[in-house]
Design a binder for this molecule. Structure first.
Ligand SMILES: Nc1ncnc2c1ncn2[C@@H]1O[C@H](COP(=O)(O)OP(=O)(O)OP(=O)(O)O)[C@@H](O)[C@H]1O
Ligand SMILES: Nc1ncnc2c1ncn2[C@@H]1O[C@H](COP(=O)(O)OP(=O)(O)OP(=O)(O)O)[C@@H](O)[C@H]1O
Ligand SMILES: [Mg+2]
Ligand SMILES: [Mg+2]
Lengths: 265, 265
């Protein structure tokens, strides 16, 4: 099972939108996909049309009460299964801190279902705490959604350092698969400048042996498109809400990129 | 000193942009303004042109080592002073947890400088942890920047509950001053719908005795404007970077709104 953590501690950059819509596109293309909502905000759960208050267990039970993963996941679309979140996850960071092997709880929980799915995508909240560390320990790849803005670039170095630390200490196979530019406003020059910045940084990292040595900016970027912000209010993916819009096209391209790089795994 | 916490745990909604530019507009109008960077990302510090790595003490020293506030603030523009942040603030949440009266450390630290300033605006990070609780204990008002998107609305109830809790337990004078709609894309219908949702919610709260009973959506909203995202990369406020653009106009309006409601204090 190809496990991808979708992560950026900067808030509001498109993590949840990327997991919901990329996973939906992969599922529509016939891949069996599991998505995990590891964000106490439970936005991925909401985006896929599930009411967090109606979730009795979910991610909290798997992480804190060692409930088996296959008892807590639910099929939300054909080929698409969700481990939902609810408000109890807010307390998980503090409760995890007191558990032995607190960073690898998710990795072990996923082992039981790895044979049933081809992809697992993990939506993380805007932090680098224990929930996120669990995602990084369980994943083989990290996809970094990035808003092409100056302030959004500031934490990029810290994010890479955290991934490198996890790679060295807990999960030697972890690598940065790619950087996905989101909310790309092609009328302005700023996104181009930020893209050029990132690409030259990554070019310098080639052969450095770091977790991002092979990373690249995905050839596809996600254009700013208000329909992507409307879809979650109906509990729909963009592919259901408006399959012909830019947002749907862009996320189908992201799924195609992932399917084209399956052999690299 | 009118102390306003600028807060929304949803990330990337315009908190830092609002503090930097509103404070700058107030300072240009002749008010003496202090801004506090309580976000470990140190984005307010960066936005105002200060390099976090060059900050030897800052908010961390005031919060954790009880260094007097007036020793750590720096004048960054005429009438505008900053308590900068640096990377050490990342550890502050955990270190605060072990201190007595951990929620009111900032309130006491601000008492020493309250006579020197007419406004204090506090930039919070995307969380409801101890740094944010300190801001809520020290403030009399909360300004909530909100992106008029469905997902951004989800945490709104939790945010109000947290403010209410602080009002009842630690700071009885705390109230929600207003909700500022940011990144408003007037071509779409979603912002109008979200605005109507919020306004009807607040209308129902009138007379309820809650901390948000008198809150309203500010008559001004901040239009989406790429120049607001460009200005931080030069360490400039929007008023310096492009004083004639929509962003500068909108934030001058916000400052005018605050100055017009000074008597209400
Ligand atoms: N390409 C886009 N165009 C327009 N709006 C978008 C786009 N991508 C995401 N959005 C909207 O922007 C907001 C932020 O996106 P999203 O919630 O996916 O970010 P996030 O990184 O998951 O945020 P958080 O850090 O809070 O988890 C949401 O309201 C979403 O609907
Ligand atoms: N009205 C606007 N139009 C266009 N871009 C904006 C606007 N307001 C803010 N931005 C940009 O959007 C991004 C998010 O804004 P900002 O950093 O102020 O949000 P925040 O709530 O402080 O984020 P965080 O939760 O990470 O602290 C930044 O890159 C900023 O430059
Ligand atoms: Mg999210
Ligand atoms: Mg900020």
């Amino acid at each position: 099972m190809r496990t991808i953590a979708v992560l950026n501690q900067k808030g509001g950059v498109g993590k949840t939108t990327t997991v919901a819509n990329t996973a939906a596109a992969l599922a529509m293309a016939g891949r069996r996909v599991l998505v995990l909502d590891l964000d106490p905000q439970a936005h991925l759960t909401i985006h896929l049309g599930v009411e967090p208050a109606a979730v009795s267990g979910g991610a909290y039970h798997v992480m804190i009460q060692a409930t088996p993963m296959d008892q807590q996941i639910m099929m939300v679309r054909p080929n698409l299964w969700l481990l939902p979140a609810n408000i109890h996850l807010v307390g998980a960071e503090a409760e995890l801190a007191g558990l032995p092997e607190r960073e690898t709880i998710l990795r072990h929980a996923l082992e039981a279902v790895a044979g049933h799915f081809e992809y697992c995508m993990i939506d993380c909240g805007p932090s680098l705490g224990l929930l996120t560390l669990n995602a990084l320990s369980a994943a083989q790849e990290v996809l970094i959604p990035l808003q092409p803005h100056f302030l959004a670039l500031q934490g990029f170095g810290q994010l890479l350092q955290t991934i490198e630390l996890v790679n060295r200490r807990i999960n030697p196979g972890l690598k940065v698969a790619g950087i996905l530019l989101c909310m790309y406003d092609s009328r302005a020059s700023l996104p181009q400048e930020v893209k050029a910045d990132i690409e030259s940084f990554l070019a310098n990292a080639r052969g450095s042996g770091t977790a991002w040595a092979d990373a690249q900016v995905l050839p596809t970027h996600i254009r700013r498109n208000i329909k992507l912000a409307e879809a979650p209010s109906y509990g729909k993916t963009i592919l259901e809400y408006d399959p012909a819009c830019n947002g749907a096209e862009d996320y189908r391209q992201v799924a195609a990129y992932l399917m084209a790089t399956e052999h690299v795994q």
